[in-house]
Design a protein around this ligand. Structure first.
Ligand SMILES: [Zn+2]
Length: 222
């Protein structure tokens, strides 16, 4: 093992200089324990391999769809949908990666992005109403459940996600307007969304009401 004559210490790992005094170490013939203390860190490209595979797949998907479209032309410009789908996926992934340390906030961002994208998709493909009928009420309900379940699994305290649960609960009531203004054909998903939101909000106020009150007082400086 390398030994520093100046500091009188043995040093693990393959070093040329003593980490304490910076003097050159006399390497002894006994190399019994030259293992590095710190684990070798894989280079960045290996850690981002998944990302590189996804970028590559995106490029392949765009090229392949364009090639098929050029070879077999059709009236519908479907490669545009492929492109929109890929953009949706990357937007989502970007948000997930940026907000990964704040799960409830992340979920609420997903709700916003997916809702807007579903409306744009529905509108772009000649408005059939499926975004308001099914997708949006389903997203609101799913977000409430996912938020609650992940918070329980990850042992996130109520105060860290209650604001987001509250916001999603309020969003979940919005489909009442879809029904009121006859914007939906299938009313069951909207009814379900409103009912679950009302139950969830009442649970928040009944069980966490004191906390919300104290937070409001703190934030509004009442
Ligand atoms: Zn030394």
């Amino acid at each position: 093992m390398p030994y520093c004559n100046h500091c009188k210490v043995s040093i693990r790992g393959n070093r040329e200089r003593c980490p304490l005094c910076r003097n050159i170490i006399a390497i002894e013939s006994d190399t019994s324990d030259c293992r590095e203390i710190f684990p070798a860190i894989p280079p960045v490209f290996e850690r981002n391999l998944a990302l590189r595979i996804m970028i590559f797949s995106t490029v392949v998907a765009i090229v392949v769809s364009l090639v098929i479209y050029v070879l077999f032309p059709s009236d519908v410009k479907w490669p545009v949908f492929v492109l929109l789908g890929l953009i949706s996926m990357w937007l989502n992934l970007f948000v997930v990666l940026r907000k990964r340390y704040h799960i409830s906030k992340n979920i609420l961002w997903q709700v916003a992005i997916l809702s807007i994208l579903s409306i744009l998709w529905d509108w772009g493909t000649g408005w059939h109403g499926w975004s308001l009928d099914y997708v949006i009420p389903f997203i609101f309900v799913a977000a409430m459940l996912i938020m609650y379940v992940t918070a329980k699994i990850m042992k996130i305290s109520a105060r860290d996600y209650i604001t987001y649960l509250l916001l999603d609960g309020l969003l979940g009531i919005v489909p009442i307007l879809f029904i009121r203004y006859n914007l939906v054909e299938a009313i069951y998903p909207s009814v379900l969304s409103v009912a679950i939101s009302v139950i969830s909000l009442s649970a928040i106020f009944i069980f966490q009401g004191d906390y919300i009150k104290s937070e409001l007082i703190k934030r509004m400086h009442i």
